[in-house]
Structures are given as structure tokens and as C-alpha cells.
Write a protein that binds this ligand. Structure first.
Ligand SMILES: [Zn+2]
Length: 340
């Protein structure tokens, strides 16, 4: 049996860079604010893709490289906990290291790192100190005055490093599991959708750059069945425009896995959405490809059960690259890395 190894860029093996530090393989993560300014000016949205584990992280960064697209890699509180095996400090460091590692050998790739739905001031501060280049403080479950106060603290902290965008949220985005009856679930979700006047107050008093609104999306949705309420979305935009310079702010679309492509394009073109979050679609693509491989190739060449997990993982990885490339084309971010 002949085993063939290859190196994508053999010249890298012989490069001598004596003056560089010992950890020079770890490249810098990109600042996030320039990405959103470029997206606003250029009429496209930055894909914000959730990185659960090193394989998905590597796959979405590979897609960013293939498409020359800017990328926000993001980790939820759950992903940080998972990465650190329960230790949040270690998990935060692991996420930074995994994201940086995914950029190795991909010069020119622009990857910012965000905490998705960071639910505490402490976790946001930890991410900031460890090298995240974007923050999201989501205190939408708290009373508005608490949400505003905590959001303002994070904005003030992040301001010490120019180029770090801060996202905040008001209203509650629906989630799969809110109710088993679709009619009841929608009625229940609507009660918690963003109220434009609350959003305007949060925008004015927090000074945040980006706003996550609840306008009909559903977190964790495996099918594209969510319907955005564009009237409410427009009211939110107008309310913020009264209190803040629209060139300094932008909107984020969460739960995009459940939003039909046509509504996603409208959100970019009509509502100026500059960041679109996708998690469920990536997980689904990964797990389906993994399981398909295992069911098609249950045994290895010697007839024993296939225990080489690298092969189904590779299938999962390839499926995620494909979905991420598709999203970058849909969001209009393909070919825009150099603008950020
Ligand atoms: Zn979300």
C-alpha cells in the first residue's frame, strides 16, 4: 500500500523567519468593527458561524478562505463550556486557540471571534481579556434597566481597544421547543418580540454598535419555516435611527437557519442587516454527513467495525464547508475579505 502525503504549499516548510516569536504560527484574529462598516457600505452581511469543536471551526475558516469572505467565528456559552470540559477560563482560551489555529496556512483570511449570546458581564470580560475581537452581551431576559446598564459596561470596556464591535439584544428570539403546537408557539413568541421603543432606549443609552432583534426568527429551527415580520423590523430600524447615527449602527439576524433565503436577502437589502448568525444548519450538515458515512461504510477493509473516526469526521467537515460557502454567496460576502 502506498501512502501519499502532500503539503499544500511546500515553500512554507523552508521559510526562515528568525525574528518572529516562538508562537508565530498563531496569526492575529481580525477586528470586527471594520467588517461591519464594510458590510454596511457594500450592502452585504458578514456570516457569523457558530464554531462547535475544532472540525467545524476549521471547516468554516476553510470556506472563508475558499470564498475570500470575511467571517465572524463565534462561540456560545455552551461551546465555551464544552471546549473547556466545564472550565470556562480554559474553554475561553481553547476557543481562541482553535480559531487562531484554523487560520494557519491560510494567509489573508479575515476571521473575527465573537461570543454568541454572552449572558454575563464576567464571561464577556473574560473573552475580551483572552483575545476575542467582538463581544455580545445578551441580558434580554433581564428587566430593561439591567439590560441597559450591563450592555453599557461592556461597551465601555470594549472601547479601550478600537475596532471591537459590541452587540446587544432586546426582546426574546423564539426557540424550537417553546411549544409543540405551532399556533401556540407563534402566539407565545410574538409576546416577546422586540418593542421598538425599548430598542431605541437600549441603543441610545448603551452606545452599542449592533442590535439583535426578535422579529420572527426561531433559534434551533431545522427547516426554513420562520416568517420575518418586516413591518416590525422596519419600525425597529426607524426607532434606532432617531437616537443614533445609522452609519454607526447595524442589525443582526439571529436564527437564520430557519429563515427562507428570500427573507434573508430582503433582510440584507431592505433592513441593512450586516451580520447573520447560523448554527443549526452547520450542525445538521455535519451530523447527517457523519451518520451517512458510518451507515454506508460500517466496516473497515479487514471486515472489522469501522473505528477510524477521521473518515466520518472528514465527511462532516466537507459538508460544513459546502454549507458555509453557500451562505457566503447568499449573504454577498464572497470576495469581500479584502474590504474588511
Ligand atoms: Zn442567537
Amino acid at each position: 500500500m502506498v501512502i501519499v502525503y502532500f503539503i499544500a504549499d511546500p515553500s512554507r516548510v523552508f521559510q526562515q523567519e528568525p525574528e518572529e516569536k516562538e508562537n508565530s504560527a498563531m496569526s492575529e484574529l481580525a477586528l470586527s468593527l471594520p467588517m461591519f462598516k464594510a458590510a454596511k457600505a457594500g450592502g452585504f452581511a458578514i456570516p457569523a458561524l457558530n464554531c462547535n469543536g475544532n472540525i467545524i471551526t476549521d471547516a468554516v475558516v476553510e470556506a472563508a478562505d475558499l470564498r475570500r469572505s470575511p467571517l465572524v467565528a463565534q462561540a456560545s456559552q455552551g461551546a465555551i463550556k464544552h471546549a473547556g470540559q466545564g472550565d470556562l477560563v480554559r474553554g475561553t482560551e481553547m476557543i481562541v486557540a482553535m480559531t487562531q489555529a484554523a487560520t494557519i496556512g491560510r494567509p489573508g483570511v479575515k476571521v473575527a471571534l465573537n461570543i454568541d449570546h454572552g449572558s454575563s458581564v464576567v464571561q464577556n470580560a473574560l473573552c475580551f481579556r483572552k483575545g476575542f475581537t467582538m463581544l455580545m452581551i445578551d441580558r434580554s431576559k433581564e428587566p430593561l434597566d439591567v439590560n441597559i446598564a450591563d450592555s453599557r459596561r461592556i461597551v465601555q470596556m470594549a472601547a479601550s481597544v478600537p475596532g471591537i464591535a459590541v452587540e446587544v439584544e432586546v426582546g426574546r428570539i423564539g426557540a424550537v421547543g417553546d411549544s409543540t403546537e405551532p399556533g401556540v408557539a407563534i402566539a407565545e413568541m410574538k409576546k416577546h418580540w422586540t418593542k421598538p421603543e425599548e430598542l431605541a432606549q437600549l441603543a441610545k443609552e448603551s452606545g452599542a454598535h449592533l442590535f439583535a432583534t426578535a422579529v420572527g426568527q426561531i433559534h434551533g429551527c431545522r427547516e426554513k419555516i420562520a416568517e420575518l415580520d418586516f413591518d416590525l423590523f422596519r419600525q425597529c430600524i426607524q426607532a434606532v435611527a432617531v437616537v443614533r447615527d445609522p452609519t454607526e449602527t447595524g442589525f443582526v439576524l439571529h436564527g437564520a437557519s430557519g429563515v427562507p433565503d428570500g427573507d434573508i436577502r430582503r433582510a440584507i437589502e431592505e433592513c441593512g442587516v450586516v451580520k447573520i448568525n447560523v448554527d443549526t444548519m452547520l450542525r445538521k450538515a455535519y451530523i447527517e454527513a457523519f451518520e451517512k458515512f458510518q451507515s454506508e461504510y460500517p466496516a473497515s477493509h479487514d471486515g472489522m467495525p469501522n473505528i477510524d473516526q477521521r473518515k466520518p469526521e472528514q465527511a462532516g467537515h466537507d459538508a460544513v464547508v459546502k454549507v458555509a460557502c453557500y451562505l457566503m454567496d447568499l449573504f454577498g460576502s464572497s470576495g469581500k475579505a479584502d474590504l474588511c
